[in-house]
Each structure stands twice: as C-alpha cells, then as structure tokens.
Design a protein around this ligand. Structure first.
Ligand SMILES: Nc1ncnc2c1ncn2[C@@H]1O[C@H](COP(=O)(O)OP(=O)(O)OP(=O)(O)O)[C@@H](O)[C@H]1O
Length: 304
C-alpha cells in the first residue's frame, strides 16, 4: 500500500504539491491523472525518496522508501525511461539491477522475455533504443525484484497501441495477483481502461479521488431540452447547476430524476435525459481541472 498524508512541496514561492493525501491499495491499479505540471512526477519522486517534502509523509507498506531494506525487492519504480544509462546495453542495465538486489542472472532473461525485448535488442546500447523499447526495459527493471508495489510515471509514453495493450494486460495481471500499482498519465482513455481507482490532480492539489465507478457515477446528467432558455430558467429556479455541453445539451451535477422533476415542474419538454456516464472520464477531467489547466477549456462543442 502507498500512502501520502498532507504532502506539500514548494519551489521558492511556487507550491508544486499542495497538501496531497491519498492511498493506493493492494490488488488495485490506481491512476494518477493530471495535466502538465500538475505535480504528478514531484509526488512520485517524493514517494521514492528522491525529493524531500516540505510537509507531510509518503510511506510504502508503512515505511518511508529510505527505510525499506533492499527496496527494489519491494517497490518497482519507473520514473523516466529516458534516464537509463545510454551507454549500457539493455541486458547490462538489468544485470546490474539483479546484482545490486542479489538476484540470480536468470532473472534477467525472464524479464527480457516478459517485456518482449529480443536477444539481439538486449545487446544494443540503450542510446539506440526507441522510447517504447526504453519503456519496456524500464518496466523490466521495475519488475526484476518481484516487488509488491509498482510506481510508474507515464509508462505508456512511447508505446504503440500493441505495446499499450501489452502493458495494460501485464499491470492488470500484476494487480490481480495482489500487487499495488500506481501509474501516472495524462492519457485519460488509457487510464480509464486500466485503473480501478483514480486520483485527479490539478496545480498541485487533488481535485477528485475515488473508484473509477464512483467517479463515473458522479459524472451527473445529460439533458437536452426543446428550448434551452426554458430549461436554463427551470434549472436555475430549482438551484441546479448546469453547463452547456454542446449540441443544445446541458450537463447537470445531479441525478437525472432531479433534473427531470425540475423540467416537469416548469413544463419544459425534454428530447433527452440520461446519466452522463457515457461522457467518459475525459470530459469530467477537463471540467474538474478547467480552473487549473493552462488553456481555458471551452466545453462548447464537447458532446456528452
Ligand atoms: N526542481 C524543481 N525546481 C523548480 N520547480 C520544479 C522542480 N520540479 C518540478 N517543478 C515544478 O513543479 C510543478 C510540477 O511539476 P511535475 O513535474 O511534478 O508535474 P507533472 O504533473 O509530472 O507534469 P507532466 O505531466 O508535464 O510531467 C511544475 O510547475 C514544475 O515546473
């Protein structure tokens, strides 16, 4: 289990991570989502002891990373696949890790096979690897000590669709065997496909967290009226917040029955009224982080 409690990190006047608390549970894949510069990498660096927090604690299995003996046997980490030693071959990278952790050399071959790097690829220097091959090598390196916790920063970066599918299957199987997986991403659809739990971060602050099912449930209601003006007035009268979501529709932050009652009470004819789950995580993510995103997000034209 990974646990962050009130973790804060400042760089000068800038708060990169602001009072972040969440738990990544064993047996589950937790997706850590946020736009560029939201604080995902900084939080992950804090988890593995590379960046000291100004406040709060990050523990893995109840211990700070630095206090875990032979940590590679407990926590697999991939923060930056491009940061692996460019002058070493893939095989050498893994062999060094095996040596450091006191593992048998055959573990290297097992890992190469697991991540689909061929014998000849394993003998090439990392500087000649594609980004996808570096990610595969990084995942092999994270898994070599057979850890029970995985911390992966943007592991899907550079992988082709088959590679993404492979990684999803690998991580799902790992979680199903009881492992804890925390992976960061801005590839929302990818995370939606794989994660059980989600933690959404924007400008250093957690904006939402919960199970995927909970987060999708709270996506609210999509409603499309005959007359947008009449519906807007009816919803305002009932104190229901709604945003235009394109195509003459609106998204309200409450259940369809509540919206339906308000519309019926005002005699507003509806063309559509349904839970907005189908909207997927992306729209919700954009809405949740709209205040925090660099670009102002125009929800007009985004269908629910
Ligand atoms: N060493 C540092 N010194 C100063 N500012 C930093 C440092 N490291 C990170 N930051 C700032 O902290 C903020 C969070 O950065 P971080 O890399 O954690 O974001 P991220 O969510 O991982 O983004 P991305 O998806 O773009 O990788 C950014 O504004 C970044 O510029």
């Amino acid at each position: 289990m990974i646990k962050l409690e009130g973790v804060t990190k400042r760089y000068g006047d800038y708060t990169a991570v602001d009072d972040v608390s969440f738990v990544a549970q064993p047996g589950r894949v937790t997706g850590f989502l946020g736009p560029n510069g939201a604080g995902k990498s900084t939080s992950m660096r804090i988890m593995v002891g590379l960046t000291p927090p100004d406040r709060g604690t990050a523990t893995i299995g109840g211990l700070k990373y630095h206090d875990i003996p032979n940590p590679g046997l407990h926590v697999g980490v991939l923060l930056d696949a491009s940061a692996q030693h460019a002058g070493r071959t893939g095989r050498e990278v893994l062999a060094l890790s095996a040596l450091t952790m006191g593992l048998k050399e055959k573990r290297v071959d097992e890992m190469l096979e697991l991540v689909g790097l061929t014998e000849s690829e394993s003998k090439r220097r990392v500087r000649n690897y594609s980004l996808g091959m570096r990610q595969r090598l990084g995942i092999a390196n994270a898994l070599i000590g057979d850890p029970s916790v995985l911390i992966l920063d943007e592991p899907a970066n550079g992988l082709d669709p088959a590679g993404i599918h492979w990684m999803r299957t690998l991580l799902r199987g790992y979680a199903e065997r009881g492992g804890t997986v925390l992976l960061s991403s801005h590839l929302l659809h990818e995370v939606e496909m794989i994660a059980d739990d989600m933690v959404l971060i924007g400008r250093g602050k957690i904006v939402k967290q919960g199970t995927k099912a909970e987060l999708l449930q709270t996506a609210g209601t999509f409603v499309k009226p005959e007359s947008p003006e009449k519906l807007t007035a009816a919803l305002a009268e009932a104190g229901i917040k709604a945003l235009p979501s394109g195509d003459g529709g609106f998204r309200a932050e409450c259940d369809p029955i509540v919206v339906g009652r308000a519309a019926a009470a005002a005699g507003v004819v509806l063309a559509e009224l349904r839970p907005a789950e189908g909207a997927g995580l992306e729209e919700m993510f954009l809405e949740l982080t709209a205040d925090d995103a660099r670009e102002s997000i125009n929800t007009q034209g985004v269908s629910a």
